[in-house]
Design a protein around this ligand. Structure first.
Ligand SMILES: Cc1ncc(COP(=O)(O)O)c(C=O)c1O
Length: 390
């Protein structure tokens, strides 16, 4: 089916639509950064793992990063390469298979390293081991996303590292960004180097984690490239890896929903949709942030009070959670049952995080070609809900 990518008027049920042209535009930019800066940039599955789109990714990048056994298996089976894996907690029953599916394995602590290094090597001799380090510097303001907040459970601070690293450690892994600019990376790098450079001669690689939002319009790509190049000049023996997730899927497509009902209370009109914020757009409530709705103006929550005559609505989810609504938005017409409401930029961290709370129907997953040819990747039904609880 061919659809109009401006209105999605041919779509009459909830659907995440990846737009191939936008995805390729991101991939092209990311590859150009990797080439010009002489670094490897890999996809973090935690942000995006729609594996039927991997053939497109494989035209541009070779590897991915995993944070669990399932992600590592997906890398091995569907991306066709072993994952760069980091988890804060490996366990006896999973470490063997994780090792088999990984090329790089980063440990969160020395106790995890001591406990699992030998058994991991036994399963995969080629594995390269790393340690997650904590530079104790992050400009991430939301605590929920700040891995360096005091008391963090992530990584070793410099004072906890032994002067001589355990013999098998070949890399450091450091993740302390979230939708950050390259200026933040440049400042953070000074802290990383001042704290950890004395161990660099013993290493082969360094992974600067995710959160580098290089595909955002106002991102200073040249600064990122220059920062990486000058780091490389100072430490030419280190292979540099970046593992963003959001940057790959940033602004690559919407969640298309439909209005199911309009209700009103105390002068507030709510358009109830066939999608849910808590089930299908969880970061809106967790972060929190108000998503952009196509052809609607975002207003403060209170704007919906007596705003009905000006076409101002809250948008409400179809779950029973009282807080499953957001608002307000002003439309240029009164909303009607059945019409589309298009939530922009709903691909990264949505499709990997959705849930089936209340048994609510899960939006289908689709990809649209540059000409608007729609391919449904997956639909969901009762069996998906039921089979999670067998
Ligand atoms: C260790 C690690 N690597 C990579 C990422 C991907 O970050 P982003 O999607 O913000 O680029 C995350 C996100 O939390 C992370 O924790």
């Amino acid at each position: 089916m061919r659809i109009n990518l401006d209105t999605f008027e041919e779509v009459h049920s909830p659907m995440y639509v990846v737009e191939e042209a936008k995805l390729r535009r991101n991939l092209e930019l990311i590859v150009s950064v990797a080439t010009r800066a002489d670094v490897e940039i890999i996809l973090a599955f935690k942000a995006f793992a729609l594996w039927k789109t991997f053939p497109i990714f494989k035209e541009y990048i070779r590897s991915t990063t995993a944070s669990s056994l399932s992600e590592a298996k997906l890398a091995f089976e569907e991306f066709g390469s072993r994952a760069h894996t980091y988890s804060p907690a490996y366990t006896d029953d999973e470490i063997g298979e994780i090792a088999l599916c990984s090329s790089h394995l980063t440990f969160n602590s020395l106790t995890q390293y001591v406990r699992f290094a030998a058994v991991a090597k036994h399963h995969n001799e080629q594995l390269s081991f790393g340690l997650r380090v904590n530079p104790e510097y992050s400009e991430v303001e939301t605590d929920l996303y700040n891995p360096c907040a005091p008391g963090t459970r992530f990584g070793l601070s410099a004072e906890r590292l032994p002067a001589i690293l355990p013999a098998g450690i070949e890399g450091f892994h450091c993740h302390c960004h979230c939708e950050s600019g390259s200026d933040v990376f440049a400042r953070t790098l000074q802290h990383i180097e001042s704290k950890f450079a004395k161990w660099f001669p013993a290493l082969k690689w360094i992974n600067f984690g995710g959160g580098h939002l290089m595909t955002r319009n106002d991102y200073d790509v040249e600064l990122l490239i220059n920062t990486l190049r000058s780091f490389k000049q100072r430490h030419p023996h280190l292979q540099i890896i970046l593992e963003p997730g959001s940057a790959f899927a940033w602004q690559t497509g919407p969640l298309v929903a439909q209005v199911v009902d309009i209700v009103e209370d105390k002068g507030i009109k709510t358009a109830i949709l066939n999608v849910s914020f808590t089930c299908h757009m969880p970061d809106c409530l967790e972060m929190p942030y108000q998503p952009t709705v196509r052809n609607a103006q975002s207003l403060a929550l209170e704007a919906a009070i007596n705003g009905g005559e000006n076409n101002i609505y809250r948008l409400g989810g179809n779950s029973c959670l009282s807080g499953d609504f957001m608002g307000s938005w002003q439309f240029d017409h009164a909303l009607n049952v059945g019409e589309n409401v298009i939530f922009e930029d709903m691909i990264h961290y949505t499709t990997v995080k959705t849930n089936m709370f209340n048994g609510i129907s899960h939006p289908s997953l689709a990809i649209a070609s540059p000409l608007g040819e729609l391919q449904i990747l997956r639909t969901f039904g009762y069996e998906d809900y039921k089979s999670r609880m067998d």
